[in-house]
Design a protein around this ligand. Structure first.
Ligand code: S3P
Length: 432
């Protein structure tokens, strides 16, 4: 078990952040079914993406690394994947499991998706049910609600589906299945979930289109073109540094080349609404995604109320937003975020329990939490519960708390942010 120990202090300097996890997963999975060789630069070498890489290789796809940070994915075409001889282990990665369920449902072979103890607790019915409506043959624990899932690939029918929750994983899974269906797949999303799949598949020539909240996909008449992309920095990783620098007095930080897709950057809007001193400049484009540099200086924050459709644009950032809220004047209310309960951990329960150990005034609600501030946090021993985003949110709290904070179970951090402790140390944090 790894423990990170932190003392309070500002963040100073300039840094890039690791590549986007969601985009890296998609580059591997979509590159696998392209016709030809995809080039992917600056991919994320994190635990979750390694799981996807291993699975893609088990499906017969050659992936080489000709230079550091670069992949060549030898796509096998829409119908060229091979039956895996072994169970496909998605380890801790919900994105891997749910996107693969959609991709594998329409193949001409049998496959089994498995995962870690943590992933085996997470709901799969959200993809299994609509895929079954398309005719997919999927069996699993508790009637297919939990991994492992056994998928007997077959030809699929079209679907009209109103998604009960705004989820990019569900939407992407159904779009992938749509590439193998006889009819049209039309999904209506209740909120603007991240749209990386739509952008990337459309760039590959897949027949994907959107009218308002309705997305459609169908079997392509032509092979999918290979990708040539540079993965932008992950806004969700930048979020931890952003909150630390927004709150730790004396901080001046620039984060370069960060993906600022509007469906991902809800935290930026929320922090600015709270009074944070953040500017976004040096706009660019990478892999069909907008990028920019974020400059942040510490400032006093005020509380905010968040709910409704905007929640999906910052769902992964809510644990670290709770940390920012402990430093904001007033009562911050987060509602409509019940999805937090089915992430790597029940992030409402774990965030509340661990931040309380540091003296935060935070209360759980069925669909969110309420934080009163500002609070002088006090260093203590806290636990990640095996959840990378909780571990990093607690580390940020450690940069704000009096005395030393020890984050136990920090070995999960490289699931999404390899080199997190080194990055903080380079920016002047007292961390060991
Ligand atoms: C992801 C979608 C989100 C997000 C997860 C990554 C993706 O999950 O929380 O970290 O890459 O599609 P949901 O689809 O469950 O909202």
């Amino acid at each position: 078990m790894t423990t990170l120990t932190l003392s309070p202090g500002p963040l100073l300097g300039v840094s890039a952040v690791p590549a986007d996890k969601s985009i890296t997963h998609r580059a591997l999975l979509f590159g696998a079914i392209a016709e030809g060789v995809s080039r992917v630069r600056n991919y994320l070498d994190g635990g979750d993406c390694r799981a996807t890489l291993a699975v893609v290789r088990q499906l017969g796809v050659q992936v080489d690394a000709p230079a550091p940070g670069e992949w060549r994915i030898h796509g096998r075409g829409l119908h060229g994947l091979r039956e895996p001889e072994e169970v496909l282990d998605c380890v801790n990665s919900g994105t891997t499991a749910r996107l693969l369920a959609g991709l594998l449902a329409g193949q001409r072979f049998h496959s089994v998706l498995a995962g870690s103890e943590q992933l085996r607790r997470r709901p799969m019915a959200r993809v299994v049910e609509p895929l079954r409506q398309m005719g997919a043959d999927i069996a699993g624990r508790e009637g297919g609600r939990l991994l492992p899932l056994s998928i007997r690939g077959r030809e699929l029918a079209g679907l009209e589906y109103l998604m009960p929750v705004a989820s990019a994983q569900v939407k992407s899974s159904l779009l992938l299945a749509g590439l193998y269906s006889r009819g049209l797949v039309a999904v209506r999303e209740p909120g603007p979930a991240r749209d990386h799949s739509e952008r990337m598949l459309a760039a590959m020539g897949a027949p994907i289109s959107r009218r308002g909240p309705i997305l459609t996909a169908e079997a392509p008449a032509h092979p999918l073109a290979p990708l040539d992309l540079n993965v932008p920095g992950d806004f969700s990783s930048a979020a931890f540094l952003l909150v630390a620098a927004a709150c730790a007095p004396g901080s001046h930080l620039t984060l370069t080349g960060v993906g600022v897709n509007p469906t991902r950057r809800g935290l930026l809007d929320a922090l600015i609404a709270m009074g944070a001193d953040i500017t976004l400049d040096n706009w660019g484009e990478s892999g069909g995604e907008p990028t920019g540099d974020l400059r942040v200086h510490a400032a006093d924050l005020t509380a905010i109320t968040l709910g409704g459709a905007e929640i999906v644009t910052l769902i992964d950032e809510l644990p670290v937003l709770a940390v920012a809220a402990t430093q904001a004047r007033g009562e911050t209310v987060i509602r409509d975020a019940g999805e937090l309960r089915v992430k790597e951990t029940d992030r409402i329960a774990t965030t509340v329990a661990e931040l309380r150990k540091l003296g935060a005034q935070i209360e759980a609600r069925p669909d969110g939490f309420v934080v009163s501030g500002p609070t002088r946090l006090r260093g203590a021993r806290v636990d990640s519960h095996g959840d990378h985003r909780l571990a990093m949110a607690l580390a940020v709290a450690g940069l704000l708390a009096e005395g030393a904070t020890a984050v136990q179970g920090a070995e999960c951090i490289p699931d999404s942010f390899p080199g997190f402790a080194q990055t903080l140390a380079r920016l002047g944090a007292a961390i060991h």
